[in-house]
Design a protein around this ligand. Structure first.
Ligand SMILES: C[S@@+](CC[C@H](N)C(=O)[O-])C[C@H]1O[C@@H](n2cnc3c(N)ncnc32)[C@H](O)[C@@H]1O
Ligand code: FES
Length: 453
């Protein structure tokens, strides 16, 4: 008994430069077309599509294999897909012109390709060439830079429902030749498609990178574009031991703040249900959200309990943005803002919950000790401080995201870093919290909870 009538393995392997592969012959379009057509023909509960690595017929791709019969198709194009889905999955008749019927020949071809590939790998190794995955990591910035330039120039909005390079260039005020090169690269990355010289947004770009889309992530992604400039100073930061890019004129700060808070808000909206679920609201009437940013966590806690009042403490320019989110949520009566300096302020007292989300990584160990002492003073008996952050494993080499985020703090702050559980536990105990417990959450960040006994 199978959960699906057909299981389709569609090769989407990308091989290093020049090597024949399904990806280079348009397999991504075939996989997308298969998924779309199976759904459109009402067969989604009967046909499972799995994108897979090389099937061994690399010079004749895109290749797919259909089980349970084990029918091998080669040279499938997106244009063949509607017929294939109707004929094979609906009527049970494989599309013969695309099927490899000579099993013995297929076996020989796979063996021959395997030998060629192994010989190629041996030759590369003997020549001292970098392994492919290492070479890819080293060049990884190129993919990233192309997408970020697309965002900075608003290229996806310029392409809109279809545009030539010249039309997009006119819209963006850019050079037509260079624009075509950029759009071609974005198409190679799967973010655009190109038909007869006209570019179209891929579904993922249309959803996140086009003006007016409900899930528009352009402002948040601009924050990553800003980080790019800081990361270019990493070598000097490692030499100096601290951030060397001192951003200050005022207008730079303003240009920075909106995308930064937009990025924080997107993360927070996704993380908040996990945090509220893990922390709970029982017994929480007063909450302080230290460096609360867009207010997304305060809003989520207030939505979870009608008893709860939250204060978002942050800089005035950030609180203007928070106020918009608070008003939009209709929580103006129970979520309030408080201008303050988290590095120095006395936070007051009597809070059942003090949330310190994505703050400790900006600070040095000494600054965190000081912050948590002031939080301890603010927490009422029986209350808690909840730290949310990337928490490193003991030797600080994992998770990878937290280890890399530490560098993000090196290039952007004076003394910030990612920290491990022992460091947080030690600071919490030193600050006077009787109990310091780590709570693991789904996703990249976790909690450290300090309780006042
Ligand atoms: C990484 S964001 C985290 C925002 C929010 N807590 C969250 O988890 O989404 C850091 C926040 O701390 C605020 N912040 C940084 N330095 C501050 C200071 N000295 N006083 C008050 N807020 C500060 C920033 O404006 C920003 O909103
Ligand atoms: S890359 Fe697809 S079959 Fe080899």
């Amino acid at each position: 008994m199978q959960p699906f009538r057909y299981h389709v393995f569609a090769c989407d392997q990308q091989k290093p430069e020049g090597a024949p592969c399904c990806s280079a012959r348009g397999s991504r379009k075939v996989v997308d077309a298969l998924r779309g057509e199976v759904a459109a023909q009402g067969l989604a509960d009967q046909v499972q599509i799995t994108a897979c690595g090389s099937l061994g017929l690399c010079e004749r791709g895109p290749n797919i294999v259909v089980y349970p019969e084990g029918v091998w198709y080669s040279g499938v194009t997106a244009g063949d897909v509607p017929e294939l889905v109707r004929s094979h999955f609906h009527d049970g008749k494989p599309v013969e012109r695309l099927v490899n019927r000579d099993v013995q020949a297929v076996r020989v071809e796979i063996e021959s390709n395997k030998s060629k590939m192994q010989a190629g790998m041996k030759a590369k190794d003997a020549a001292g060439a970098l392994p492919d995955d290492l070479a890819q990591t080293i060049r990884g910035f190129q993919d990233s830079r192309a997408v970020l330039t697309g965002i900075e120039l608003d290229a996806f909005s310029a392409v809109a429902n279809g545009a030539s390079a010249g039309q997009a260039a006119a819209q963006m005020g850019t050079d037509p030749r260079a624009t075509e090169m950029l759009l071609n690269a974005l198409a190679a990355l799967g973010l655009l498609s190109k038909h007869d010289g006209t570019f179209h947004n891929a579904p993922v770009s249309a959803r996140y990178f086009v003006a007016g889309s409900p899930d528009d992530a352009r402002a948040a992604t601009m924050h990553t574009a800003h980080l790019w400039h800081r990361w270019s100073t990493l070598t000097d930061c490692v030499r100096e031991g601290t951030a060397v890019a001192r951003r200050k004129p005022r207008e730079v700060d303003d240009r920075w703040t909106r995308p930064f808070i937009a990025a924080m808000h997107r993360n927070a909206r996704e993380r908040a249900p996990h945090v509220v679920g893990a922390v709970g609201t029982a017994g929480v009437r007063r909450m302080l959200d230290v460096g609360g940013g867009s207010g997304a966590y305060s809003i989520a806690f207030a939505q979870a309990s009608a008893e709860l009042h939250a204060e978002v403490l942050d800089r005035p320019e950030v609180l203007d943005i928070a106020q918009v989110h608070i008003d939009r949520a209709g929580l103006g009566g129970r979520v309030t803002t408080r201008v303050g300096d988290l590095r120095a302020d006395d936070f007051g007292e009597g809070y059942d919950l003090v949330l310190v989300s994505a703050i400790c990584h900006m600070l040095s160990p000494g600054e965190n000790r000081d912050l948590l002492r002031r939080c301890r003073h603010a927490v009422a008996p029986g209350g808690r401080v909840v730290i949310q952050d990337f928490i490193l494993e003991q030797d600080k080499t994992a998770p990878k995201m937290a280890a890399l985020f530490s560098l993000n703090m090196l290039v952007g702050t004076e003394g910030g870093a990612s920290y491990n559980e022992s460091e947080y536990a030690e600071w919490l105990r030193e600050a006077g919290f009787g109990e310091a417990i780590r709570v693991r959450l789904p996703g990249p960040s976790g909690l450290m909870v300090g309780r006042v006994g």
